[in-house]
Design a protein around this ligand. Structure first.
Ligand SMILES: N[C@@H](CCC(=O)N[C@@H](CS)C(=O)NCC(=O)O)C(=O)O
Length: 291
């Protein structure tokens, strides 16, 4: 056992109370209760698919898939993407809670059938759309199982990266060595899991690009490319050469570049398309860039 003594002196009370701000980046919206805080209907546009989201890694997974479907000629994948500003509490409006009782982006209303279908959780949305359009999900049993395994791996693993490593390395009000050590170790282990898989296969499910890649890329692709948490040096991400090769090839896809822009409210203004209601919305942004 380690000789190291814990530095913290905090002794938890018998009963936890929600009675003080915790100083963290998301303190103003974090709550220990679910449900709506205010009445607000969601807007509905003219397309069969209505997405309510923001361009965080979880949101971008879905806009990448929608843009890939459209690029492949699935015209029924046309969508309206409405902006949900989670920093301002839009996820607690009654309309949004009706689509996602968990109050997190992304959330989808599929209005293409006789009854609207709500879908929440990014993994469920990817699977719903991939099945609906019979695309980006292998049909053979082996390929399908591999694809779903990596998809569910992402949904289960990313909270250790975002809520664990990212939170304690970037967002927490104090730098806690124990927490950063614990989650840096896990983030590196996860990168190594991906690196070993991608050493022998072009994509996570095998030879084909699937929803598993679209789910994993916005998190671990960004980490390997050094574009999140400013942690490239700290985690020595250049060591994961196969993840880097895979991340670069996916990042170069035009549909991925469009998907990244949708509902983006941060970074280079030329890369931000706050709402997307038509394919021509991207052209306006390209013209902005050229001027
Ligand atoms: N497991 C969920 C996670 C979604 C999630 O954590 N969304 C974040 C943004 S990346 C959010 O909406 N946070 C708002 C909040 O926690 O209040 C999914 O994959 O859809």
């Amino acid at each position: 056992m380690s000789e190291q003594q814990p530095a913290a002196t905090y002794v938890p009370p018998r009963v936890w109370q929600w009675n003080k701000p915790n100083g963290g980046t998301f303190a103003s919206t974090n709550r220990p209760i679910a449900g709506a805080t205010h009445e607000k209907e969601l807007p509905v546009g003219r397309h069969p698919l209505q997405l309510y989201s923001l361009a965080t890694p979880n949101g971008v997974k879905v806009t990448i898939l929608l843009e890939e479907l459209l690029a492949r000629g699935h015209t029924d994948a046309e969508y309206d993407a409405w902006l949900i500003r989670i920093g301002q509490g839009d996820q607690f409006g009654s309309g949004f809670v009706g689509v996602n009782p968990n109050s997190k982006i992304p959330a989808l209303m599929d209005r293409s059938g006789p009854e609207p279908i709500r879908v929440f959780e990014s993994g469920a949305i990817l699977l719903h759309l991939a099945e609906k359009f019979a695309a980006f999900l292998p049909r053979d049993a082996v390929g399908r199982a591999e694809c779903l395994s990596w998809l569910f791996w992402q949904v289960g693993s990313a909270p250790y990266l975002g809520g664990g490593f990212g939170h304690f390395y970037v967002y927490a009000p104090t730098r806690i060595e124990y927490a950063i050590d614990r989650f840096a170790m896990e983030a590196k282990r996860q990168l190594d899991v991906l690196d070993r898989r991608l050493a022998d296969h072009p994509y996570l499910a095998g030879d084909d690009y699937t929803i598993a890649d679209m789910a994993v890329w916005p998190w671990y692709g960004a980490l390997a490319q050094g574009t999140v948490y400013d942690a490239a040096e700290f985690l020595q991400v250049h060591e994961y050469t196969h993840v880097r090769r895979w991340a670069d090839s996916i990042g170069a896809r035009p549909a991925v570049q469009r998907g990244r822009m949708v509902n983006r409210t941060f970074g280079d203004p030329a890369g931000q398309l706050h709402e997307r209601h038509d394919a021509s919305d991207f052209l306006t942004k390209t013209q902005d860039k050229q001027q």
